[in-house]
Design a protein. Sequence first.
Length: 286
Amino acid sequence: MRGMDDGMHVFDRAAVRRHRDRAAATVAAVAPVLAEAADRLLDRLDDTTRRFTHALDLGGRGVVAPRLRARGIAVVSCDLSPRMAAVNGGVAVAADEEWLPFAPGSFDLVVASLSLHWVNDLPGALIQLRQALRPDGLLLASLPALGTLAELRRALTEAEAALTGGASPRVSPFPDLRDCAGLLQRAGFALPVADVEEMTLLYADPLALLRELRAAGEANAVRLRETRVPPRALVPAALAMLPERHGRVVATLRMAMMTGWAPGEGQPKPAARGSGKVSLADALKT
């Protein structure tokens, strides 16, 4: 990304593209989980009276675009992987989220459902999305937040440390929820809001968790990941450490749900600093 040194390159973008290319043939296997996450994000459209006509579906993996079209919205889908972009049907573009090709004001709605967490320059990507929106356009985005796959991260770290005396990053780092609204504000969005929703996934077969991550294109793409074949005992040892509920292995998906508006005339504005007429002490007494 522009002006970024190696210290800011957390993710291997070429690996992200390869993973998503490969997953285009398998992503249907995890469509129910992706669809549930998308539905929770798109429910926020029902909280506004604004009606949208032209949307950008960023990395929707075949579940977002049909839901937007069902609402009567024209959709352009975009994905880093050409193969994954084609899964969405309709108008699809292969493009890097860090170098978006869209003209200013192209859309009045952008939806990025679980698709921005492999981006190195997230503030820069959000700025580009804000620029692609028309005035008073809406961004809906969800990100895996801190706490996602905490069970798997802990198990892999402890198992590898026991086997080798050290551990390498095997699960992506995720942002803290507290930072997400700040990211929107930094990117120039008005009325930024970030809240959290959790999905608890249960697996009778622990290996199914790893298979679904791979099927969704979520294999490890951390730039400093260990590229050597891991010890044969690592995965069985880690899976044996995963917590269980009702005899099934537990995996947590903790999603930061982010909404922000492109600045526009007529939007509510915060009151000027110091313009209040009633002190907090007087209000509390009341």
